[in-house]
Ligand binder design. Structure first.
Ligand code: NDP
Ligand code: MN
Length: 383
């Protein structure tokens, strides 16, 4: 069968690499918009470091620092107004997935007419966005190397995806120093998100041999480094492994896409304010349990990558160990046992299942096609 892998982003990786941004941004133009969140990058000093690096190369800098977690349509539109008013040549996203995704949305509106809502879906973007530089401060979304921007449509209560190679960042700067300031819960949630990308991309119906190699490497790295990142938050080597693994996982989903961990998780975020990675973490074991019959060979490899001994076991027994390994890992990093613990109510589950089952986009790449009833069952078992 034909398969596709595409990963166009130039990557600069390493401790202190944030300093490189001035000389790199200069190649794209004179006027720069920095897109970032409300407080963390100011507090950590990374925003100042970024501004200083740009200023020292005589670039004109404008800052849009209003990005909220799970950013809205309105935030992208507001940022786009600022960008257009200043006629910026390059947009830099500094922060977690939320800031990088808003940067992508703004950059595409610089060269494409209309509203951000016009571009929800796959390959709707006509013209390449202005150059985007993505600088992650979480080790989770991999957005710095993906062709996606996730924007929340509060009117429709949906997390919408813009998927287009026209919004892949031209450059990703991955500096593990920027992730040191993450508190334990953010480290855990975003790490679980990265792991969900590696797993969902690996078993996706659009999986490909290049992505598969990256996915297994990413799963192995995260299984080892994520618990260490919680217990030794200042260990830079461990932070570096997590940042590298989340980037690999981003490359995986950028070509292979994600499955129902994401499709189902969105509604836990939308209705219960659960951070994206936490929602995924809560659903991951039961989705894996449901999916593994569709591709036991791959789930066997996941179990092995997560450190399980599989010699002498049947393929199915080995595959099941991936779920065991996942539950153990999630417990180690402090993800709650079930959705009840974060306040999810039984009454909402049937409604969520109905919405997911009617949304083809959330289901097509999953290795096993669930019915509405099965989706509801997975939600219930994840309580
Ligand atoms: P967010 O970007 O939403 O950030 C979550 C919180 O963490 C914010 O309050 C932020 O503070 C804070 N924060 C970020 N970095 C640090 C740090 N180094 N130290 C301390 N606090 C920090 O989190 P995620 O990275 O998990 O991004 C989630 C979003 O990305 C979701 O909308 C999700 O759907 C999307 N996503 C996108 C993908 C893609 O390919 N485009 C893939 C997967 C998910 P502040 O706001 O003050 O900066
Ligand atoms: Mn995700």
């Amino acid at each position: 069968m034909e398969s596709v892998f595409y990963s166009p982003t130039r990557i600069i990786f390493g401790e202190g690499s944030l300093k490189r941004v001035g000389e790199e941004a200069k190649k794209f133009g004179k006027k720069v918009l920095i897109v970032t969140g409300k407080s963390s990058t100011k507090k950590s000093g990374s925003l100042d470091d970024l501004v200083n690096s740009l200023a020292s190369h005589n670039l004109q800098v404008e800052v849009f620092n209003k990005v909220e977690p799970d950013p809205s349509v309105e935030t992208v539109e507001e940022g786009a107004k600022v960008a257009k008013k200043c006629a910026v040549d390059v947009v830099i996203g500094l922060g977690g997935g939320s800031s990088m995704d808003v940067a992508k949305g703004i950059a595409l509106l610089m060269t494409n007419k209309g509203k951000i809502t016009d571009y929800f879906g796959t390959d709707k973007v006509k013209e390449p966005a202005v150059p985007i530089i993505a600088i992650p401060t979480t080790a989770g979304t991999g957005s710095e190397v993906t062709k996606y921007a996730v924007v929340t449509d509060r009117k429709k209560m949906l997390k919408q995806i813009i998927g287009s190679s026209h919004i892949s960042p031209r450059l990703a700067i991955l500096d593990p120093l920027l992730t040191l300031s993450m508190p334990a819960s953010l480290t855990a949630n975003t790490g679980a998100d990265a792991l969900s990308h590696a797993i969902e991309g690996y078993v996706s119906t659009q999986a490909n041999p290049v992505g598969d190699i990256l996915a297994l490497k990413s799963i192995a790295l995260i299984s080892e480094a994520l618990p260490q990142a919680i217990s030794q938050p200042n260990n830079l080597e461990v932070r570096e492994k997590m940042l590298f693994a989340s980037m690999l996982a981003g490359m995986v989903i950028s070509s292979a896409g994600a499955g129902i961990i994401h499709g189902m998780g969105y509604f836990i975020t939308l209705h219960y304010d659960a951070p994206h990675g936490l929602a995924n973490g809560l659903l991951m074991p039961e989705v894996m349990e449901f999916n593994l019959v569709a591709n036991p060979a791959k789930y066997k490899n996941i179990a092995e990558a997560m450190g399980k001994k599989i010699e002498g076991l049947s393929e199915m027994e080995a595959a099941r160990l991936s779920v065991v390994a996942m539950r153990e890992l999630l417990q180690k990093i402090g993800i709650p046992k079930g959705m009840k613990e974060i306040g999810v109510k039984e009454e909402s589950l049937a409604g969520f299942a109905k919405t997911v089952s009617r949304n083809e986009r959330l289901l097509t790449l999953n290795p096993r096609r669930p019915t509405r009833k099965e989706i509801e069952e997975i939600y219930r078992k994840s309580m």
